[in-house]
Design a protein around this ligand. Structure first.
Ligand SMILES: [Zn+2]
Ligand SMILES: [Zn+2]
Length: 276
């Protein structure tokens, strides 16, 4: 267990006006016609897994029921303290969030960027003082060619609309294309990613003391986001929070899934994700 409560009626209602403008009332996951435009049909809403409390004080990984929260850290953070200063995940990766990300990547991207972005924004605090920079994880080059857009950048724009910071779309650049990281052990992943992501020279002298929110659609093992966080910290950034729409919590799956897009994760693997 330790899983997921369903999305609140509040969030559901908040979505309606946005979506009405953009596409006719039909559920983007299952195609069911909707009487009123609420983004998803109620069955699909109920299938999204929202991270619960209590959770790890460092990375927000939900604890199993009955475990005290407070200042406790999860085993993963204790074993290897992360460089980031927190993870904000809208959902836990499961079949419903996987389908939503697929729909996002294969059409309807503007409307769904708004929906996914709104769910992510709900997990981020209101900025006080200088707004954080919203920095998308840069896309593998071949994937950008194929898809024509970076989904993380669209999500960052949506977060900006919700007042969570300023988009800075080109802070990080991919310097080399990385091989698929799926199946690699941690050391091998680190080697493959070495030098893959760097700070754009245009930004080199403008990052000192800033707070950054690193934005991605799916967070798997964290190998890629760690490389981004490392580069940002080295450039003088004060803190980096990681914001994602769907977070994979099964570490074994993370090893397989890192470097893959959601569509490459097989149904057999996703089935194991029901319990977290
Ligand atoms: Zn549906
Ligand atoms: Zn943790």
């Amino acid at each position: 267990m330790g899983r997921a409560t369903t999305i609140s009626a509040f969030a559901r209602d908040a979505f309606a006006p946005l979506i009405d403008l953009v596409f006719p009332p039909r559920c983007p996951l299952c195609g069911e016609a909707l009487a009123t435009q609420t983004g998803l049909c109620s069955a699909c809403w109920a299938d999204l897994a929202i991270p619960t409390e209590p959770a790890c004080s460092t990375c927000a990984r939900p604890f199993p029921p009955g475990v005290e929260g407070g200042a406790a850290q999860c085993a993963v953070c204790l074993a290897d303290p992360p460089l980031h200063s927190g993870i904000a995940a809208a959902t836990l990766y499961n079949d419903a969030s996987r389908k939503l990300i697929l729909a996002f990547k294969h059409g309807r991207k503007i409307a769904l960027a708004e929906q996914l972005g709104q769910l992510m924004a709900a997990k981020l605090p209101e900025p006080d003082g200088q707004p954080p920079l919203l920095v998308p994880v840069p896309l593998h080059r071949w994937r950008l060619w194929r898809r024509g857009f970076n989904q993380a950048a669209l999500l960052a724009r949506s977060l900006e609309k919700h007042g969570k910071g300023r988009v800075a779309v080109d802070v990080l650049v991919r310097q080399k294309s990385t091989p698929m990281l799926g199946g690699m052990r941690r050391k091998a992943r680190e080697r493959a990613l070495k030098g893959a992501i760097a700070i754009n020279r245009r930004w080199a002298n403008r990052l000192k003391g800033r707070d950054v929110i690193l934005v991605d659609d799916v967070l798997t093992s964290g190998a890629t986001s760690n490389v981004c966080v490392k580069a940002l910290r080295k450039a003088g950034v004060r803190s980096v929070k990681v914001a994602c729409f769907a977070r994979v919590l099964n570490e074994a799956l993370g090893e397989q899934a890192e470097g893959h897009t959601a569509e490459n994760i097989t149904p057999e693997v996703t089935k194991t994700l029901g319990a977290t």
